[in-house]
Design a protein around this ligand. Sequence first.
Ligand code: AVI
Length: 325
Amino acid sequence: MNSSLHSENPIETITKHKFLIEVLEDLKNNPKRLSSKYFYDSKGDHLFQKIMALEDYYLTKCELDIFKNQTAEIANLICSDDEPFDLIELGAGDAVKSTFLLQHLVRREANFTYMPIDISGNILSVLKTNLNDAIPALNIICLKGEYFEMIEKAMTISSNRKVILFLGSNIGNMEIADAEQFCSKLKSKLNHGDNVLIGFDLKKHPKTILRAYDDPTGVTAKFNLNLLLRINHELGANFNINQFEHYQTYDPLNGACRSYLISLTEQQVTLGEEQISFVKNEPIYMEISQKFSPSDIRELANSSGFNFVSELYDSKKWFMDAIWE
Ligand code: AVI
């Protein structure tokens, strides 16, 4: 193991070891790839906040439109008066969108506990403090860890009906087959009568989609390149980010919006004990942000064993929050 992996904290050491193993395997793969789940170190979190504030990055604004303007409809669809339930949010982050729903539910005295799940304990403690201030009457139990492990834990905490929120088109960052597997696994963890509410970015004019991921200010490029910097800092590699360029594609036939980093020259990168060779113009496949049609979404519900409850659209019909049971 590279000496830079040694740390005081054994959990951190294991996590970094897993990071190294995965990165090595992905860069030895043909074609080379990296996993976008590693984008989110503190610099990556900050860059993603900047992306969400971009004029052309419409996803967050569209879903916010749904949560702001159709709050009562969402509440009516996911809960009936008096029946207690647990509202579980996967990857809650700062919960800006769900806060509209939480405020509404508390105002109408719904009997529920909010259970945000996140891998970052820091994000959860900031969220808890903010929500305690903003909505003092909210019952909140934070669950730190992987989604499915924490859903299982939530099942042991209470036998209340569960409603799962998975917002932001995070599902789009999975390849279609993985998204189907994810939804099937989610279904297998839930009981009859439980609901999920999942955010999907919809297929639309290809230029609108490309603009959201290929901003002229270069924030999205920095967001991608930051993963190379993270690998340098945390795994002791020596990527020269000036020798890689962000390249974005969108295929309107299958809805796949993919980002790549292109090696601008023939080069060697050292990572651990290994040398990774790049030929000129070789891509590293970084991320998929899959776009869906309403029928793609209904098919996904079917193939993963869910039943359709409702579909909520923003005013432009660019984004859908689907509710299934
Ligand atoms: C987090 N996720 C839904 C974003 C997306 O739109 O796929 C990540 C992102 N990548 C580039 N821009 C935003």
